[in-house]
Design a protein around this ligand. Structure first.
Ligand SMILES: NC(=O)c1ccc[n+]([C@@H]2O[C@H](COP(=O)([O-])OP(=O)(O)OC[C@H]3O[C@@H](n4cnc5c(N)ncnc54)[C@H](O)[C@@H]3O)[C@@H](O)[C@H]2O)c1
Ligand SMILES: [Zn+2]
Length: 342
């Protein structure tokens, strides 16, 4: 097992890579714990849950809203949960986001931790202390910063994960490699097949390196004032594509990373061979690198995003494999790019 610390202003978080769900009881006050999970995770793993007080949420992004939060508050009151209760989210990014939000707000905040059960949650969503839900058609519009006391990344849980969810996690790993870890990029180029097959040595290395990169960025910039923005590489387009086409998040950001790499080449920051290398790696990982866009809709979604941010669009560009910069890019430039994405 490998252990990392994230030091946030709201508390420290210990990331336990390779720890097992069945050892969760070592980290919690069992008699005061309530588990928040979703139907799929409960179906596969309930026998390993440490307690009987379980709140199940429906699966899918549509349940990541304030309605679900309210339902959970109601259940916590039914369970007579109080300030000394402990909440554990066992699930993917959606369960972690919801459990973190509930724990940060219920009775002004109770202790909490996560068992991340998807590759995406292990390498991304469970790390960093952002907890949010969607509101009014906007993603993660309402939320809190609050670090979970611990995050257990049990790679054995990934065995039951559908393949498309594995690919979503791999897309975020490519993102981490591209913005800050060239050696991880080269490793993935070499071991992509084993990654897709969930070879335990390879997956452990990918999770470990990703957690190391994300936690070091979060340690330097918890509240996303600067460097943390780099983690949005591929996400400006990605979110717009995800919203307008209904493809998965990982697929959308895969195309988004291709777009951002091409823009980096166009600006003279990135060698075209490196942009091609990124596309090639994504294809090897069975991720899409182009799509037939409904240009108008994508631009519309980008505009709405811009309105939300105010001013220009903060965009993450590459200055080489493993080296990212954040710059303001005009909407005009982004529109041109959308037109050339297929
Ligand atoms: N807070 C953050 O910093 C952050 C970062 C990245 C993403 N996110 C959020 O994470 C969410 C996406 O997370 P996700 O991709 O994990 O999706 P998810 O939580 O919806 O999980 C994907 C699917 O896999 C199922 N599942 C989970 N674990 C399983 C297992 N071990 N075996 C079988 N099935 C399993 C789930 O029930 C679900 O159907 C998005 O809402 C996104 O906004 C948050
Ligand atoms: Zn993402």
């Amino acid at each position: 097992m490998k252990v990392f610390k994230v030091q946030g202003t709201t508390g420290d978080s210990t990331i336990l890579i390779g720890e097992k769900l069945r050892n969760l009881k070592k980290y919690i006050p069992v008699d005061k714990t309530v588990v928040i999970t979703d139907a799929n995770v409960r179906y596969y793993y309930q026998n390993d849950f440490p307690c009987h007080e379980i709140i199940e949420i429906p699966t899918g992004e549509t349940s990541k809203n304030l309605q679900t939060i309210q339902t959970i508050y109601g259940k916590l009151i039914e369970f007579e949960a109080n300030r000394s209760s402990f909440l554990v989210g066992i699930g993917g990014g959606i369960v972690c986001d919801i459990a973190g939000f509930v724990a940060s707000t219920y009775m002004r905040g109770v202790r909490f931790g996560f068992v991340a059960s998807t590759l995406l949650a292990q390498v991304d969503a469970s790390i960093g202390g952002k907890n949010g839900v969607n509101f009014g058609g906007y993603k993660n519009m309402v939320g809190t910063f609050g670090q979970p006391e611990f995050v257990i990344c049990d790679m054995a849980l990934l065995k039951t994960l559908p393949e498309k969810e594995i690919r979503c996690g791999l897309a975020e790993i490519v993102k981490h490699a591209a913005i800050g870890k060239a050696d991880l990029f080269f490793y993935l180029e070499k071991h992509y097949q084993k990654a897709l097959e969930l070879d335990s040595t390879v997956i452990e290395k990918l999770v470990y390196d990703s957690v190391r990169l994300k936690s070091s960025i979060v340690n330097r910039d918890e509240k996303e004032k600067g460097e943390r923005k780099k983690l949005n590489f591929g996400h400006t387009f990605g979110h717009a594509i995800e919203k307008t086409t209904g493809v998965t998040h990982g697929e959308a950001i895969s195309v988004g990373m291709v777009a951002a790499s091409r823009l980096s080449v166009k600006k003279g920051y990135l060698a075209s061979e490196d942009a091609e290398r990124i596309e090639k790696l994504l294809r090897k990982l069975k991720l899409p690198t182009s799509y037939q866009p409904d240009g108008e809709k994508v631009i519309d979604a980008l505009k709405r995003d811009k309105k939300r941010q105010g001013g220009g669009v903060n965009f993450v560009l590459l200055r080489g494999l493993g080296n990212a910069v954040v710059e303001e890019v005009s909407l005009k430039e982004l529109e041109m790019l959308v037109k050339r994405l297929h």
